[in-house]
Design a protein around this ligand. Structure first.
Ligand SMILES: [Zn+2]
Length: 441
């Protein structure tokens, strides 16, 4: 994002930002910066043609076809049949594998498609299990990786029933459809950083697939910058009967300044920039009460992760034979996939997340915020993000350009203090995930 583009996207300032800027007016300078370049309050908007092209390609019929196919395997229970060509987890994972392979072949072999195999005793049955993995290697920084997942396995009311109907259209056919559709489109493009699409198995019985995968990534010291699981993202009618087709919940582990919440804030800002009529609700919890998902496995291995889920659970259509496509909204599901496309495509071309901010009280009641520039520093601009302690997401974003320091002239607008973070932005307006926050008072 260059200065002209930043000017173009200067749309509005939150009330708090106006207070902030007005109170900092000094000799006709809005803010006092070493470069004398004026800082500007901005909002992120859809201004990257590559991301717009990706989002434009997300196709409802394509998404629906994946889910019909997955339901057609009758059951995808983790311990179901692996020999049949038509039924069970074996047929399902082979179909996902072939689908990834086919997408790769259509796009210059860009996807590296593999099974991730692991041994586990699941519900008393010792066996070999397989996650299905498609990796899209980055062209500049292949070692920086992001994992996006859904889980392939399904269940009905009886967790041990590996034979009878367990359609799992929404739980989690929706998540697998999400990664397939993203893999279909993303593999047509090149990205600087690496994306790993995974269909996990063994989620319902205790996150077996994701735990084995995260464990193996950690043991190989793989730099997983972030992980998002899409689990139950295709229904708009909640258990209360309330219909909401305009939002998705994003769960992330506490505390409020955790790296997981920083990832969630990034998802919200990027997703809403490209889908202005859609809301990513940041939930201040690792998951719904008593529930979990594959992101937990990444927490256990000290990786940053979050979960996306529809606005309100509907237990009439989860973990039973009524988890069927006719109870889903494919228009809604496509929007959640677009949210995923927005943050993932931004991240995949973005600079590395900046190191933590340094805070120094200097004379005259001023506060100096500084940071070190990364190796790509010449082309990198920075955005400072501000929030009140009571705000979950950022109240304002301040474009500060190529500087590596910023002087806060007054903390008066923030009587309870403020949380501050930094994002690095490249010339194509790809923003990094936010840095670790600092609290200033
Ligand atoms: Zn699930």
């Amino acid at each position: 994002m260059n200065r002209e583009r930043a000017m173009k996207i200067l749309r509005y300032a939150f009330l708090i930002s106006i207070i902030f800027l007005v109170s900092f007016c000094n000799d006709n300078k809005m803010v006092n910066q070493p470069s004398s370049q004026k800082a500007m309050v901005i909002s992120l908007t859809a201004d990257n043609p590559k991301i717009e092209a990706i989002i434009h390609q997300i196709n409802i019929d394509s998404v629906r076809s994946y889910i019909d196919q997955l339901v057609g395997f009758f059951t995808r229970h983790t311990n179901s049949d692996t020999i049949s060509g038509e039924r069970g987890i074996g047929a399902a994972r082979r179909w996902v594998f072939r689908k990834f392979k086919q997408l790769s072949q259509q796009n210059g072999g860009r996807l590296k498609v593999t099974y991730h195999n692991f041994e586990a005793n699941i519900l008393g049955v010792q066996g070999l299990h397989r996650n299905v993995v498609a990796e899209l290697p980055g062209t500049q920084n292949p070692e920086r990786k992001f994992v996006i997942s859904g889980h392939l396995d399904s269940r009905n009311r009886n967790l041990r029933d590996s034979v009878n109907f367990a359609p799992g259209a929404n739980d989690d056919g929706s998540g697998v459809a999400c990664i397939l559709e993203l893999a279909r489109i993303f593999s047509q493009f090149e990205f600087e950083n690496t994306i790993i699409f995974v269909a996990f198995t063994g989620e319902e019985e205790g996150l077996f697939g994701s735990r084995a995968f995260a464990r193996d990534l950690k043991s190989q010291n793989v730099n997983v910058v972030g992980m998002v699981t899409n689990d139950i993202i295709g229904n708009i009618v909640g258990g209360s009967g309330k219909i909401d087709s305009t939002s998705v919940r994003c769960f992330s582990e506490n505390p409020t300044d955790s790296p997981h919440r920083q990832l969630a804030r990034f998802i919200k800002l990027q997703g809403e920039a490209y889908l202005p009529d859609f809301t990513v609700n940041l939930i201040q919890s690792r998951d719904r009460p008593g529930r979990g998902g594959d992101h937990f496995a990444f927490y256990e291995h000290d990786y940053t992760a979050a979960r996306l889920t529809e606005p309100e659970d509907n237990l009439n259509h989860q973990h039973n034979m009524q988890d069927l496509p006719e109870f889903m909204s494919f228009t809604y599901l496509s929007k959640v996939i677009k949210v995923n496309a927005a943050y993932l495509a931004t991240w995949a071309d973005a600079p590395v997340t900046p190191e933590a901010l340094n805070v120094e009280k200097i004379s005259g009641g001023l506060t100096k915020i500084s940071w070190s520039k990364g190796e790509e520093a010449q082309e990198i601009n920075y955005i400072l993000a501000f929030r009140n302690p009571t705000s979950v997401s950022y109240d304002s974003l301040l474009w500060v350009g190529k500087t590596n320091e910023f002087i806060l002239q007054s903390l008066e607008p923030y009587p309870d203090g403020l949380f501050l973070s930094l994002s690095a932005v490249d010339k194509d307006s790809n923003e990094s995930i936010f840095s670790k926050e600092v609290f200033i008072k």
